[in-house]
Design a protein around this ligand. Sequence first.
Ligand code: FAD
Length: 341
Amino acid sequence: MNKLKSISVLLFVLVSSGCFPSNDLAKQEVLLQGKTMGTTYNIKVVIGEENAQVDIKGMHQGIDDLLVQLNQEMSTYIKDSELSRFNQSNGLTPVKISAGLDRVITEAIRLGQLSKGKLDITVGPLVNLWGFGPEFRPETIPSDQLLETTRQRVGLDKLVLQNGMLNKLNPDLYVDLSTIAKGYGVDIVAEYIEQQGIENYLVEIGGEMRLKGFKHTGELWHVAIEKPVTIERAVQQIIVPKDNAVATSGDYRNYYEVDGQRFSHIIDPATGKPINHKLVSVTVIHPFSMTADGLSTAMMVMGEAQALAFAEQHDLAAYFIVKTENGFVEQSTVKFMQYLK
Ligand code: FAD
């Protein structure tokens, strides 16, 4: 199942805000595009007099190099990636991991604890069992017995990260960073772009985004949250996230149906099964894309009531779309409201 996915759940919107009138008509927007992590990336950087010396071609190559390195460190789709080798090993001795893997797993463990296990990067064997991992599997429902055996392999308590050393407490443990590494990719690309002297940009990888500053016209960046439907691509809500990252998790693009029942790619570690509730999309705005990415998935697992309470408790800017008999109902935290257009 190594096909290129086009699962962007956020769309760029070409609308004007008129928030900050431009006085520099010489600015221009440069679009850099490419492929990574089974999906695409779109980056817009604003070039003006102050950074006219930037070598765009060299920067594009630098971005590709960063993303190739990321894949080589943390893809479960590459058999000899650093993470795949860790997953394949059955030794229980701690291994030294790269700085990138250290940063991502540290944050994943923190969010796993914060969400009381709803986000669990050891859930990979269950993701694969339900047919959403790197290996193609027939879309059949696993037996209760197979589900139970697979669940024995899952649990953040079986993974230890200390001083850059990663350790399995169960030889069958399998780490899947699909929920958070795309966000990390957005963060490192944004950091790299800033190092090149660019202060106005939009970075998007497979729907996860981070934005800073203004468009070349002097307007703030606008982002559209997609309507959670499979038959068309339509806008549910436009937001103005300012200097932040935006991540959306949903169950309406990546799923299959058996006998009229929908099976989503998001797994509830408590049951070992795909989520089954009325919350269909969660959007989080946060300074870091990796954190927004992980939190949006964690709250998708929680379901509407628990997710809203969690977001308010942790002062998160979060927006929810819930499916009801009367159509979609939107809810957002107080902190999110400042970003609504
Ligand atoms: P998100 O909501 O961000 O995350 C959902 C995903 O997280 C699920 O698909 C599952 O894998 C995992 N998950 C499910 N439940 C939980 C839970 N409770 N806790 C933690 N994690 C959970 N895809 C390809 O087809 N080909 C590739 O070559 C490829 N390479 C990749 C390389 C890397 C480094 C990464 C990170 C991903 C790659 N992918 C690839 C996967 C793909 O691009 C997406 O990351 C994936 O489909 C999930 O993204 P999302 O935004 O849809 O879902």
